[in-house]
Design a protein around this ligand. Sequence first.
Ligand code: F6P
Length: 546
Amino acid sequence: MSVPSNLPAWQALQAHHAVVADLHLRDMFAADPDRFTRFSRRFGDLLVDFSKHRITDEAFGLLIELARQAQVPAWIERTFNGEIVNHTEKRAVLHIALRNRSNRPIFVKGQDVMPEVNAVLEHMRKFSDQIRRGKWRGFTDKRIRDVVNIGIGGSDLGPKMICQALEPYGDPSLRMHFVSNVDGAHISHVLTECDPETTLFIVASKTFTTQETMTNAHTARAWLVRELGDEAAVAKHFVAVSTNAAGVSKFGIDTANMFEFWDWVGGRYSLWSAIGLPIVVYLGMDHFIELLEGAHAMDEHFRTAPLEDNLPVILALLGVWYIDFFGADSQVMLVYDDYLRSLPDYLQQLDMESNGKSIDRDGKPVKIDTGPILWGGLGNNGQHAFYQLLHQGTHLVPADFLAPAHSPVPTGDHHPILLANCLAQAEAMMVGKTEAQARAELEKQGLSGDALEQLLPYKVFPGNRPSTSLFYRRLTPQLLGSLIALYEHKVFAQGAIWNINSFDQWGVELGKQLANAILPELKGERPVAGHDASTMALIKFCREED
Ligand code: F6P
């Protein structure tokens, strides 16, 4: 495909940007009572309001045209048809097959993958039922109470985020733990909370070679064998999720207790696969299926909805609009839902590992800006921390506000207060406060003369800071499935527009290679050599006697 910035729609957007840059959202709303109606969409229990974006009808039309000219629909079709769209790893990209509840055949290299997908789901159902019903017993015949998922990146963030998010649906007799960090403090802390007789470890790694995961898994295994006094205990307390059967069996886990997935499932897109095993154990298979159904509904929407109603495409285009035309570097996720506290971390991997690229699909350096720095957190806490920058800083940071209309834990006035804050922040970012308004307020407070003039500039809010509000009735498994799939497809649609491969991650390799070289030097097994002066000095500092 051609360079995106050469597309006629891109160039038309560039010209139109000059017009939009001078418009203020406050005035656009005042002049147009239908703005919300035109720039919002419903998807089941989800309301996506993008009216607080710096777009005109013309900008929206041109953005949609950009998606068409960048052949987003053709990329969707290619992906859903199992073509090798991850060209640098020569892989299809088919997380959509994992939640293909229609069960229509999906082919990879001529073979329908659905029978295998369904067989693994069945394996997960049987296993999770056994755990939940107390039929799977530990080595000393006690039922499982603690489940420790050992994995990192996509083998950690998704399952952890979903188990937290859907805690009201979880089995309260099970305690879920997620160990990812190779810092020994992480696993040590979790092990002190667990009883070896009643703990199940799920070792989750697509490759089964990831240094952090394998180190943590070996530590857990040694602890279990030491505590229970028998190697045979491993079979009752360890299961694996991987694409690497040889690696699993080398670790000492019976491959009968391995849950398989495939190279066409990317790590950061894998929570729908056997990587979701902790979710299934905690929530039960029926709720997991609801999660898959929600994602499948979004997949169908993405595949079939016209571009101007297609939510992932709309979110993708708005991102491109700010990144490439307004020069925005980052995107903030402001979550007004405590259950979704890990969502920003999850989305950070999804977005930044997918679209943090500077070489296009043709092997050439990109000429435009690509994926944003994605960050965020719980919105209400952020108000008392980083929102100052969002309101009055020098950076333009488009925001996503997420909030449930109804809380699963109604507690006095908490929920209306939470929602009022969420709504107020989005409104404040958009309308701002003019100098005249600030002056009137200060006068009302009794200020005048120099005192007023000196304080005045600090009291002005420029506003015109764009946001999307994603409000949902309640956080159900179905809704969450749709929400995650919405973001997955948004990232994919952006990658298609930027002509980059959103499904490889070569940028994670160099650090791994260098860590492997440094490790023996740190341990004193090899002389410290061949690095720059800074790295050498730091290694030597770490080797000084304690
Ligand atoms: O190093 C990055 C990465 O490969 C991620 O893409 C992946 O989610 C994570 O590491 C974990 O990989 P694995 O599941 O193979 O252990």
